[in-house]
Write a protein that binds this ligand. Structure first.
Ligand code: GLU
Length: 426
């Protein structure tokens, strides 16, 4: 969400693999751009009685394999181009785990840190009213993402059902458990990252208990990734997150391993850690970038796009063996070249973090049956899906000597291009 244009980056990644696949021109044109875009105003009455107009987006990149699917972000620096990139990555994400869904993404330019719950409800309801004919269980299915959660999803669902005069639990996923949500959905993205990391470590003959990790971000994805990685025996020594008060990031380090529980007690609902309290607990407070230059075997970028750049990638230590991308688009193409030349094993974003949307798909299935599984069943099915997607990408990368990101793209683009061809779109 800064100078670097995420959409150009997503197109560059696509173009590279389109070339490898020797894709025809119409297919390239179709897939390197979204099918449809919505850019609209959301007027909201604020708590002080004034009206404020927010800007909302929904981009439907491709729905050849099924209804569009993807989250909605609330962020002060949201842009249409970022949402375009994220919708494109959703298409590849659903395709790589082979679920019958397309790619979409939404966003609103706003900062929930400065909005009351009532004002956020107004944004959610306004967003749905503007799109009430263009989203739907058989059309485009939203979900939570950066700074949105189950409560936001429920307000959106309620507005959609009010407009359409019936119940549509399949409109949206990431709903609260008991209100049509799936057990395990909150954990799914972070756990999915670690399922793929576990498989990568097996292939590299490294025992998780002999590894240390450094994490960027401390939101939903990072927290559950740390949880499962620690359960596997790994030690997280550094976490970096955004400080709302100072408007910069800091890294929190403990050489013997951070303690998830104690950090969660001093963390706000956006994943911001209280630095005074962290100091009292013995954490070293370092600059935001410090997470990337730690002597660890594993890096887990779980914050936003464009974080590992040509500049910062040079700081990665030789000890690093695996990078698993919990965030969407954290690595620029220039940084990819550095990571590849350092022979670091990369688990690309749309594979590593596909656990969230895979569990959203399970949520849809459960909604359709109106029968809900136990948590172990959900997480077991998630593990199977993530592991088989990882192995397919790994095997293709090994066979064709491809960078892992490119191998994942080959699988996804082939699947989506085939669907488009079979439908007669190209
Ligand atoms: N926002 C998540 C993602 O980027 C999940 C999307 C979904 O569940 O539809 O993958």
């Amino acid at each position: 969400m800064n100078k670097f244009n995420a959409f150009e980056m997503a197109q560059q990644q696509f173009d590279k693999v389109a070339e490898i696949l020797n894709l025809d021109v119409p297919t390239r044109e179709l897939l390197r751009n979204p099918l449809r875009e919505y850019n609209f105003a959301i007027p909201v009455r604020m708590d002080d009685g004034t009206m404020k107009v927010f800007r909302g987006f929904r981009v439907q990149h491709n729905d050849s394999r099924g209804p569009g699917k993807g989250g909605i972000r609330f962020h002060p620096q949201e842009t249409l181009d970022t949402v375009r990139a994220l919708s494109m990555w959703m298409t590849w994400k659903c395709a790589v785990v082979d679920i019958p869904l397309g790619g979409s993404k939404g966003g609103v330019i706003c900062d929930p840190h400065n909005l009351s719950m009532r004002e956020q409800e107004g944004i959610c309801r306004g967003w749905v009213r503007q799109l009430s004919k263009d989203i739907g269980p058989l059309r485009d299915v939203p979900a939570p993402d950066v700074m949105t959660n189950g409560q936001h999803m429920l307000w959106m669902l309620d507005e959609f059902e009010t407009v359409h005069g019936a119940k549509y639990p399949g409109l949206i996923t990431g709903k609260p458990v008991g209100m049509g949500g799936s057990l395990g959905r909150t954990e799914a993205t972070g756990y999915g990252v670690i399922f793929t990391l576990r498989e990568a470590l097996k292939k590299l003959n490294i025992k998780p208990e002999n590894t240390k990790a450094s994490v960027q971000g401390f939101g939903n994805v990072a927290q559950y990734a740390i949880d499962l990685y620690t359960q596997l025996g790994g030690k997280v020594i550094c976490v970096s997150c955004w400080d709302q008060e100072d408007q910069v990031s800091y890294s929190f380090k403990k050489k013997d391993g951070i303690k998830l529980r104690e950090l969660l007690e001093i963390t706000d609902r956006f994943g911001g850690i209280d630095k005074e309290k962290a100091k009292e607990l013995g954490y070293e407070i370092l600059p935001g970038d410090a997470w990337i230059e730690q002597d660890v075997e594993i890096l887990l970028p779980c914050a936003l796009e464009n974080q590992i750049t040509g500049e910062t990638a040079k700081k990665i230590k030789d000890t690093v063996k695996v990078i698993a991308e919990g965030a969407n688009g954290p690595t620029t193409p220039e940084a990819d070249r550095i990571i590849e030349s350092k022979k670091i094993f990369l688990i690309p974003d749309f594979l590593a973090n596909a656990g969230g949307v895979t569990c959203s798909y399970f949520e849809q299935v459960q909604c359709n049956m109106n029968y809900y599984w136990e948590k172990d069943e959900v997480l077991g099915k998630l593990d199977v899906k993530m592991t088989s997607a990882f192995l397919a990408v790994y095997e293709l990368a090994a066979k064709k000597n491809l960078y892992m990101r490119d191998a994942a793209y080959v699988i996804s683009i082939n699947r989506v291009a085939q669907a488009c061809r079979e439908r007669g779109w190209v």
